[in-house]
Design a protein around this ligand. Structure first.
Ligand code: RB5
Length: 149
């Protein structure tokens, strides 16, 4: 079995091109991109795509996830409804690293109508390049997870 980190990607219709560019970008860096679509430009419903990616991470099938919609907001809200998911929307690289380091985020959300492709790829690099710091942040993340009941 491959020891490549498996990154699930999904989006709605507003972010297909950006999602595919991110998949290509991370594959070139040695990650396994598990792109679960969609590929058709037809209007679709972001909650279903956010939930599908979230299930891949929550089940342990994928290590981390990257999801996109027009703003990144709706798909993030859907993903965060799945138990075990901590997803944040990022439009700059500082937050993208911090949601890994301090919040142990397991999914990154990006708004394809908010940032350009170049910045989106930098945001992805910041997220994937950062590690959870644990310690006092671990206590706080446990407190977040406890809210799920
Ligand atoms: C779709 O038009 C748009 O609402 C969606 O991509 C997203 O921005 C929702 O949060």
């Amino acid at each position: 079995m491959s020891d490549k980190k498996r990154i699930v990607l999904s989006s709605d219709h507003a972010a297909i091109d950006m999602r595919q560019a991110i998949a290509k970008h991370i594959e070139a860096q040695g990650y396994e991109a598990v792109d679960i679509g969609p590929t058709s430009p037809e209007s679709t419903h972001y909650p279903a795509h956010g939930a599908a990616a979230a299930e891949k991470v929550a089940s342990g099938d994928c290590d981390l996830g990257i999801i996109l919609c027009g703003t990144g907001q709706g798909i993030m809200m859907a993903a965060n409804k799945v138990k075990g998911i901590r997803c944040g929307v990022c439009s700059e690289t500082f937050s993208a690293a911090m949601i890994r380091q301090h919040n142990n985020a397991n999914i990154l959300s990006i708004g394809a109508r908010v940032v350009g492709e170049g910045l989106a790829l930098e945001i992805v690099d910041a997220f994937l390049g950062a590690e959870f710091e644990g310690g006092r942040h671990g206590t706080r993340v446990e407190m977040i997870d406890a809210l799920e009941g």
